[in-house]
Design a protein around this ligand. Structure first.
Ligand SMILES: [Zn+2]
Length: 387
């Protein structure tokens, strides 16, 4: 493998590794490390705790700060229960489309980034280029913070980050953050004829759900901040997507469990919503304990992602605008690793080939035209860093 592979050949190589988030991504990381090695590019790994997965990062160009990171995730969502008419883990082409799990989300960008890194290395860029390939993005962007931490001091600190989630190559400069919880209400079982002696986990849980509805109404009625006004809807909302509890119509429920999550607009801190929730939980719990001291509400943190805040002077955004010619403002409703990079002081922008609408779908594809658009972008980036 000493030759320079085309971006398309790299994509075919990446697609063949079934790097579903629950499984290891090591065969893919081995392949990337070996391929970069044949070009004399040293790659670094950051392992997860049980060493079943690794992130990879690499630096080319002068040994100095201020470069550009191309950031992608290596994991993909499962294909279980999906109706695929083609092999999911083999790149196939038909009707101007390249099919395979991850072609859009986001091995298409990963392939282009690896291709661009090798091009930049051979072109002898004057400003550094780096790649950062994470794991566990699809299960809550949990792989990015340890990867970012691992890069510090090992490669020179870059300034700008391009996170290549599929945006059809538009510059996305902001998204909401989020924070989610699993709530377990522990009640006290009695026959419903003597309800006042028991604690119904369902009816107490319902108080928290009523509060959620009140929060949504209050948020919707408030005047949005300038930052919040960029998003749809222009406010933080809270949602309960799953619930279970109770055993019989005439027994007060001993258990009620539900998943509760906030989608938080930039300008607000997800952790402040956590505090508001816990305040309300404490208030409801006090009422429950007054009846039965063993009753309680348990709240487990399940997910959190910082907001990605649109910034006035964003050099990563300026770079991408210069390369794409797109001067419009774009904000999205899904979360990305860009917020983790921003939270650690980088300038970040989300921009990558493909349409988010086909991500996670059966027969996922990227059009040849979009992939070529991405390759053209990378070609211009290498020129820009060489100038
Ligand atoms: Zn993705």
């Amino acid at each position: 493998m000493t030759d320079r592979l085309s971006a398309r050949e790299i994509l075919a190589a990446l697609i063949q590794f079934p790097t579903v988030s629950r499984d290891s991504n090591l065969p893919l990381i081995d392949w990337v490390e070996e391929y970069l090695g044949t070009h004399g590019i040293a790659a670094h790994r950051h392992w997860n705790e049980d060493r079943s997965k690794a992130a990879l990062f690499a630096h080319v160009g002068p040994d100095e700060e201020g470069g550009v990171i191309l950031s992608g995730h290596t994991d993909v969502v499962p294909t279980d229960g999906q109706d695929w008419t083609r092999p999911a883990f083999e790149l196939t082409e038909a009707d101007g489309k390249l099919f395979g799990r991850g072609t859009t989300d986001m091995k298409g960008f990963d392939a282009l980034a690896i291709w661009a890194l090798v091009e930049a290395h051979h072109a002898g860029v004057r400003r550094p280029m780096q790649i950062a390939l994470s794991y566990d993005e699809e299960v809550g962007c949990t792989g990015a913070p340890p990867l970012i931490a691992a890069m510090q001091g090992v490669v020179p600190r870059a300034r700008d980050v391009i996170v290549g989630e599929p945006t059809t190559m538009q510059a996305v400069t902001g998204h909401k953050g989020g924070i989610s919880f699993w709530v377990h209400v522990h009640g006290f079982e009695v026959h419903s004829s003597i309800l006042y002696k028991g604690v119904s986990a369902i009816m107490e849980g319902a108080k928290l759900i009523t509060w959620a509805n009140e929060v949504n109404a209050e948020q919707a009625a408030a005047k949005p901040s300038d930052l919040a006004a960029l998003f749809d809807p222009p406010y933080t909302n809270v949602h309960i997507g799953q619930i279970s509890g109770g055993t019989a119509h005439n027994i007060t429920a001993k258990d009620c469990e539900f998943g509760l999550g906030f989608r938080v607009v930039p300008g607000e801190d997800p952790l402040s919503w956590r505090e508001r929730l816990l305040d309300k939980v404490a208030e409801i719990e006090a009422g429950m304990k007054a009846i039965r001291p063993e009753a309680s509400i348990e709240v487990v943190d399940t997910f959190s992602l910082p907001t990605f805040v649109p910034e006035e002077d964003n050099s990563a955004e300026a770079l991408v605008r210069q390369l794409t010619g797109d001067n419009a403002s774009h904000h999205v409703s899904y979360g990305t690793e860009a917020s983790h990079f921003q939270a650690t002081g980088y300038k970040a922008v989300v921009c990558g080939p493909g349409d988010i609408a086909v991500a996670h779908q059966p027969d996922e594809y990227i059009t040849v035209a979009e992939f070529e658009k991405g390759r053209h972008f990378m070609r211009r980036l290498v020129e820009n860093l060489s100038a």
